[in-house]
Design a protein around this ligand. Structure first.
Ligand code: ATP
Length: 352
């Protein structure tokens, strides 16, 4: 059931030539966790701020649970929208205990109910025994859980989180991705998370919205987004890829590219003339008698795999750009080695 609807939302800041957000359409279901993912300046935070009510759209309608909260000159004040916000720096009050911080969002409740509810949400985020500490007396990950508890306390319709993982180190970040998703699921809350990090977005979301220059590029579940990126921007922003151009064969499945014939995972619905393919590096499998071969120009060891830049030879001479392919770490591969590989059709996609 559609729960939060953004209908043709645009935002033009005074004095700016280009809109920060341009004709955004998005429908989010009850209980869904959705990430807004994109590079710096693409309009993620502005979108979040318009939903929260800190910024008014220049155009468009916003509805929550069927009720219009923004339309034309009408804009419901932020405190009446039933939205819980978790800020990037958590914005906890340093002079208040954890319990008081969580109770803060419940100012209209009776003091008995406030305390009961605050304890309930602290239990939900696993911090009940920290209730009497101050924010400086707990870790960064715990502070983040307090900020989420405070946002969840008034039982909001929607929780908005702005770059929730950016202040955390790599190890804690991974742990918190799991914990935050778990807490949101247990609270059965609809949530929108803004991030510029693909791993964050993929790990926590049911669906990911990729934005660029104020516009939505693609909305899809993580796996589908990775397997079938809609255009070159998404293919390159979400993971690493090789973009190849070529001509489609009459069989609608083979593409003749500068490295040779590449097979699509399934037949194209129509015969397209000039096409662009995204070939994921992990879809290129080293093999002794592989269909493609080339010379290794660069090897980067990541610990989990080796990134090889391979310059391919073809009928017309050298291919214009090296291909990025992943090789298992146990294989000794040096610069100058000639390798051959096959391409798994499942990791090939036609892109606009
Ligand atoms: P980041 O990841 O860096 O926070 P973002 O994707 O969240 O980026 P926004 O902060 O939404 O991007 O900004 C979108 C565009 O709007 C940018 O070009 C930014 O400079 C501009 N912008 C944002 N806020 C204002 C403002 N108050 N006045 C004028 N321009 C603004």
């Amino acid at each position: 059931m559609s729960f939060l609807q953004l209908e043709n939302i645009s935002k033009v800041f005074a004095g700016a030539g280009k809109p920060a957000v341009n004709g955004l359409k998005l429908t989010i279901n009850q209980g869904e966790i959705v990430s807004l993912l994109g590079p710096s300046g693409c309009g993620k935070t502005t979108t979040l701020r318009m939903i929260a009510g800190f910024e008014n759209p220049s155009e468009g309608t916003i509805k929550i649970d069927g009720a219009t909260i923004v339309k034309d000159a009408f804009a419901l004040p932020p405190e009446k929208r039933g939205i819980g916000m978790v800020f990037q720096d958590y914005a906890l009050f340093p002079h208040m205990t954890i319990l008081k911080n969580v109770m803060f969002g419940l100012n209209k409740w009776s003091s008995r109910d406030k305390k009961k509810r605050a304890k309930e949400v602290l239990e939900l985020v696993g911090l009940e025994e920290f209730a009497d500490r101050y924010p400086t007396q707990i870790s960064g990950g715990q502070q983040q859980r307090v900020a989420l508890a405070r946002a969840l306390a008034p039982r909001p319709h929607v929780v908005l989180m702005d770059e929730p993982f950016s202040n955390l180190d790599a190890g804690l970040r991974e742990k918190m991705r799991f914990e935050i998703t778990n807490i949101l699921r247990r609270a059965n809350t609809t949530a929108i998370i803004v991030t510029h990090d693909q791993k964050d977005a993929f790990a926590v979301s049911d669906r990911v919205v990729v934005m660029n220059e104020g516009e939505i590029q693609q909305i899809a579940a993580p796996k589908e987004m990775y397997r079938c990126p809609k255009n070159c921007f998404v293919a390159q922003f979400v993971g690493k890829t090789n973009l190849l151009t070529g001509k489609m064969d009459q069989d609608l499945r083979s593409i003749h590219t500068h490295i040779g014939r590449v097979t699509l995972p399934e037949e194209s619905k129509q015969l397209l003339e000039d096409v662009t393919l995204s070939v994921r590096p992990e879809g290129c499998m080293l093999s002794e008698q592989g269909a493609y071969c080339g010379k290794v120009e660069r090897v980067t060891y990541s610990g989990e795999y080796q990134e090889l830049h391979v310059h391919l030879q073809n009928d017309g001479g050298l291919a214009p750009a090296p291909m990025l392919i992943y090789a298992p770490v146990e294989q000794d591969i040096e610069v100058g080695t000639v390798v051959s590989f096959d391409i798994k059709p499942e990791l090939v996609a036609l892109v606009d």
